[in-house]
Every structure is written in structure tokens, then in C-alpha cells.
Design a protein around this ligand. Sequence first.
Ligand SMILES: [Zn+2]
Length: 531
Amino acid sequence: MRKLEEVLRDWEAVIGLEIHAELTTLNTKMFCGCKLEFGAAPNTHTCPVCLGLPGALPVPNRAAIESIVLAGLATNCDIEKHSMFYRKNYMYPDMAKNFQTTQGPVAFCMRGHLDLDVDGPAAGERIDLDGVAVGESRGNVTRTEDGYVAHVGITRIHMEEDAGKMVHLGGGEGRIAGATHSLVDYNRAGTPLIELVTEPDLRTPEEARLFMQKLRQIYLAIGISDCSMEEGSLRCDGNVSLRRRGTTGLGTKTELKNMNSFKNLHDGLAYEICRQAEVLEEGGVIYQETRHWDPSAKRTIVMRVKETADDYRLFPEPDLAPYDLTDEFIEGVRAKLPELPHEKAARYAEAYGLSAYDARHLVEHRATAAFFDEAMAQAAGDAARLAKPLANLVINDATGYVNTHDGSDGAPSGFDGVFARLTPARALELVGLVAEDAISSKQAKEVFAAVIADDADPAAIVEARGMRQVSDTGAIEAVVDEVLAANPDKVEQYRGGKTGLIGFFVGQCMKAMKGQGNPKVINELLEQKLG
Ligand SMILES: [Zn+2]
């Protein structure tokens, strides 16, 4: 198979995503009062409604509908005031009702969009932007200084409910093939889900990954789901087809499943694009089918030939009245909309002059953004001056620490663990010490590590370890004179043009001062005396 970058030169990929999120922050199921609890004993959270017993009547969960409307408002959707519930019929033991209650052609949220900032290496997968000037648009894409912005349409966000969980016993690895019997747990049956469907506006696996990342950040910010891709509360399927560059028709698409991480989403789509190109280039045909991404084998495998919507016999749910949302309800939800991650990033850039890169990394996690906000509030008048070093501390040191410590050694782990010790006040104290030249930025790394390990204040650590940087010109000058006097040959070479020797002199001075000399002052004095 050819490489993705080569394939994309000849073929344009047309990608759409379907993203399911479990509304894990709710207390009860979609149409009954059963508790939502992960890991409870099997079949302990069930009732006549979620078991589909005759005569049981469903009642929509108002809090769930609020979550869906919140998701719609956060993704620029129109909120449809009048919608209906439908039955999607299928017979399988994981759904005792023999149908799933869902929404029909008109969902609560329609016609939204997200704008993706694609830059750096991620922008490299778009090879059709040659000749497009900065600020100019082609299709749904607008060129920027270091990449482009892609406008990605959202068709709809609708409500669904989850099925129960099946466990197959007696076969290999819990698979149904070869199993002697199967168990079913209906605790999950009726869990509220939302499904977001994008327009086929994505053109590269990177764009698909960025869309998923941005949506996950938004869902976390509005607090509707824990969005755990490992535990399956956020799941993504992708539709992909190819067409020759320069043509506008749509090819036959395949649906990809099991892309339960950002890497799998990217790699699964990349593989499928290359596979389809190979089939088409050899004169073959793409079948509309569902394929499973196998990350260990690094290939996609056919699961089944795609059902069409008709197979489900979708029809209006007779037990649920059409649902009307009032203006009052919608405005009430809108009032709960928090500042979204991309809005926060824009504010950081605007208010503190941070780069787009720094701002974006600060809002990548709720914890880092909340920490930064709190520290900036405490910094008050110094906020603008300390914003950049504080952003560096959070993005490089704190995030770096979290990525390399899993807590198995008893040390703090996760952002909660780090920020319980590196409080906003301590973070400001630390960057303040560097700003006033009391310690070097290299020493600051040591102090950061000590703050986390010892749960102590930066100033106290600097004092206890005698780390205070020497900036006193007189003291440094004496050392500089000694070093120059001890190396007359090197001084001569420097004056003869080997200016690279400055590093040697700085090193000697630092060594004499046990690393505590202010490098800036040392450099200045050396250049003065050698010049
Ligand atoms: Zn129930």
C-alpha cells in the first residue's frame, strides 16, 4: 500500500464522523428513574420501563434534554423547539424492549458547526492549499499564517439510549463465537446517549482527530460527560470515501468502528484511505460495509455489510408525546453555558498577549485552565507581566510532571495531585523569584520539583538550599577577574577572534560560584572586560 501523503496527492478523502457520548453526569436513565451507576452488581438498576415490560410508560428525563440542548448551543446548533421520539426496531437480547427510543428527522439540535485551527505538522495532510494566500478561503478552509481554519458542519445532535451489556462465556476471550452461554446486564439499558453527526466536511485524518479533541474539550467544559474514550463513554465512528482530485461526486463509503483513542481515530482513517485507494487503483470496487480497526494488526477488517435505515423500521413512539421546548427553557440553558475552551484561549491571547500555541495548551485540560485563571486573579496588577512565565510553568513543568508520573511511587500524580502542592500562590512566588533574578530559570526547575516532592513554599526551598542567585556585580566581577587571570592564553585567543570561547569563560565563572551566579550579569561583565 502507498503512504497516506502520496495517496492524498491523487485522491481526496471525504470523511464524516458520528460521535456518541454517554451523559455520565446525570443521576438517572433517559426514560425512567433508575440510577446510573457504573460497576454496580448486574441487573440491580432496572425497572419495568427499561426492561420494556408490558404497560410500562416512559417519561423523558428533563436533565438529559437540558444536557443535549447545552451541547447544541456549545456547538453553534439551531435548537428545534418541536421534535418527536421514534422507535428504532431491532431484536437483540441486549435491549429487552426490542427497540431503541431515539429521535427522527428533526432532532433537538440541528445545523451546527465547529471551526478547527489546524497548524504545524497537522496542516501538512492538506495538500490542496497551494496558491491560497493567508486570509483567503477555498471551500470550507481559510488559510492562516501557520496553517488553516477548517469550518466543519454539524448535521445534528440527537438523543438516544444505550443498550444493556452482554457477557459471553465458554468461548475464547469473551467472544460470542464458541460461547456456551451469554449473560446480560440491563443496568446500562436506557442510559442517555447523545449522537453528534458531522457533515462530510473533513478531508484528512488529522482534521478528524482535531474535531474529536475539540468536541471532547467542549463536552468536558459544559460538564455533560466524563468523555472517557477508554471506558467507552465517548465513542467515534467514521465514514470515509474517496474521489479523484478535481472531481466532486461522492464515492462509496465505508464505516469504521473501534477507534477508541485519538491515535486510533487518526491511524484507522489513514489506513482505510490507503486501502480504498489501492482497491480503486487496481480497478476494484468499494462495498458499503462496516469495518473494524484492529490497532495491533494495523488494518481494518470487514464486520458486516451496512444496514440501511429502513431495516430498523423507524416509526413514531406511541408512548411519548411530541416534545416542545419553550423559549424560557432554551434561554435558561443558554444562561448555564460556561466560557468554552476556544473562547478562553482567545481571551488569554487577547488579555495577556500569550501565543496561540500557549493559549491552546492551557485550555487543553480543565484543570490547567482553572489553575491559570486562579493564578492570574491572584496576580492582580502583575498578571500581564507574569502570564508568560506562568503559562510556561503550567504547560512545561506541571504538564510534563503529570505525563511522567503515574503515582505508583507514592508521589503526587495527576493535575489534582500537582496543583494541590503547586498552588496558584506558590506558582506566582516561583515565577516571581525568576522574574526578579533571585534564581535562574534552571534553578526554578529544581525548586518546582522540590515544591511537589516536599509540599513546601518556593521561597523557603530557595532559602533552605542556599540557592539564591548572586546578582551582586561586585562579587561577580571578582570571580570574572580571577577566571580571566587564570586563563591568559584563552583570553588571547578570544581577542584574536575565537569568540565562541565566551561559553568556556561563563562555565568557569559558574563553576567558581557553584552555579549561583546570575548568568546574565556574568555574560555582561565578561563581554565588557574581553571587548
Ligand atoms: Zn428503569
